[in-house]
Design a protein. Sequence first.
Length: 161
Amino acid sequence: MNKRNWLILIVLLPMLGNGKQVLAHGAQIGYSSTQALEIQATYDDGTPMSNAQVVIYAPNDPSRPWLTGTTDQEGKFVFVPNSEQSGNWDVKVRQAGHGKIITIPENAILASETETNNSQELASSNNAIYNPVQKIVMAAVGIWGFIGTALFFSRKKAPQQ
């Protein structure tokens, strides 16, 4: 087998395997207002972010952590915000390179003082699952890249003058 055939075989062989679907983990954070605020942190596939680092920033000093802690095994973290501080609270949850920051508006905290069953889930910007057309386009672009790379390295060198 010549060098070109080996290169084509090496490029095409991984595509013939029955690979497992691989998607990067994104993070989702939601909150529910009761007498306290309950943070629920999960990955895009619904797996809880257990023992994830939680950092809460108060409205009056958003550069310094007001409270730190970790989520439980179910990805939950509960805290009682200081009602004397008005404004939006920022909550950052991180684990193993994955994370998200959520802003809890002041009206959600005020509603928690009067209404205990109020629950709100915030949408995550990176939780969209790719539709079939997007998957086909991404696969085609990847294959085109492999073919272009193979053709680049298999070209004949022009004689130098």
